[in-house]
Write a protein that binds this ligand. Structure first.
Ligand SMILES: NC(=O)c1ccc[n+]([C@@H]2O[C@H](COP(=O)([O-])OP(=O)(O)OC[C@H]3O[C@@H](n4cnc5c(N)ncnc54)[C@H](O)[C@@H]3O)[C@@H](O)[C@H]2O)c1
Length: 268
């Protein structure tokens, strides 16, 4: 066996949430290129179906499933449909998320915003992992990767003229993503007895639809590039190598790990 064969995903059945665009799409395509059949899970149907077309063109099986990952019932039905359609589930990348709104902490909407971000960015990951593990436990194999964020390690410096502007977008988002990291560690300990690996990735500043506001605001771009040792933002495709490592047998001694891919941002 040569070293690269351990990255091979031929015959593996995978699902990726939030795969209509951005990091999830790059992950789904990379897994398909490595040999996996990949289900595309999202709320954005048109873009999701485009990802499916790209996977089919690679000669793999694929399916789009419309699912709100913050709804346990929908998650349960979605995972069942993936298993029924692809014929199993070996790999899951729980990646869907939202950045939240920059509502000031003392505004009335702050409480609703807190609940929404917790449900979409944190509770959803728990629901997905639990439903996925139901199928992975009996087969004694599973590779789960959750998308956290470097915002689960640091609180981003989002200021204009020296005044913090992110408000609830950062308070709830950073808290939820720190939760994803720790949930990942706790689940890794719980599930390794079933030969199920659970890891997370923590992207830094990545160019995706989610960060359009940053592309459109020169002051934010300047701060991001100056405070990141690589001095540029990342591409979604630059996350895929890390995901491939964590979902393949190349990571056979790695569980409960959070892989920061942030251009060195958290080093400073
Ligand atoms: N872009 C960055 O700089 C960055 C940095 C760190 C972490 N992240 C995380 O990476 C993940 C992917 O984000 P992205 O940057 O690719 O953004 P994105 O907006 O392109 O992708 C997120 C996807 O999730 C989907 N989604 C949102 N809520 C959903 C729900 N309730 N149910 C199902 N699907 C839902 C969206 O439709 C979208 O396609 C997110 O969890 C995000 O928090 C992104």
């Amino acid at each position: 066996m040569n070293d690269l064969s351990r990255f091979d995903l031929t015959g593996r059945k995978a699902l990726v949430t939030g795969a209509a665009g951005g990091i999830g799409k790059a992950s789904a395509i990379a897994m398909a290129k490595a040999g996996a059949d990949v289900a595309v899970i999202d709320l954005k149907e048109e873009m999701g179906r485009e990802t499916v077309e790209e996977i089919l063109a690679l000669g793999r099986k694929s399916i789009y499933i419309h699912c709100d990952v913050s709804d346990l019932e929908q998650v349960s039905e979605m995972v069942k449909e993936v298993v029924d359609t692809l014929g199993g589930l070996d790999i899951a990348h729980n990646n869907a998320g939202i950045s939240g709104e920059p509502i000031p902490l003392m505004d009335e909407g702050a409480i609703d915003e807190w609940k929404k971000v917790m449900e979409v960015d944190l509770f959803s990951v728990f629901y997905c992992c639990r439903e996925e593990a139901k199928y992975m436990i009996p087969q004694r194999y599973g590779k789960i990767v959750n998308t956290a964020s470097m915002s689960g390690t640091i609180v981003n410096s989002m200021e204009l003229g020296g005044v913090p502007v992110a408000g609830m977008a950062m308070i709830s988002y950073a808290t939820a993503k720190a939760g994803v990291k720790h949930l990942t560690k706790a689940l890794a300990v719980e599930l390794i007895q079933h030969n199920i690996y659970v890891n997370s990735i923590s992207p830094g500043y990545i160019i995706t639809p989610m960060t359009q506001i940053i592309q459109d605001t020169p002051e934010f771009l300047e701060v991001e590039n100056r405070t990141t040792p690589i001095h540029r933002q990342g591409e979604a495709e630059e996350m895929a190598g890390g995901v491939l490592y964590l979902v393949s047998d190349a990571s056979s001694y790695t569980t409960g790990h959070d892989l920061l891919m942030d251009g060195g941002h958290t080093v400073w």
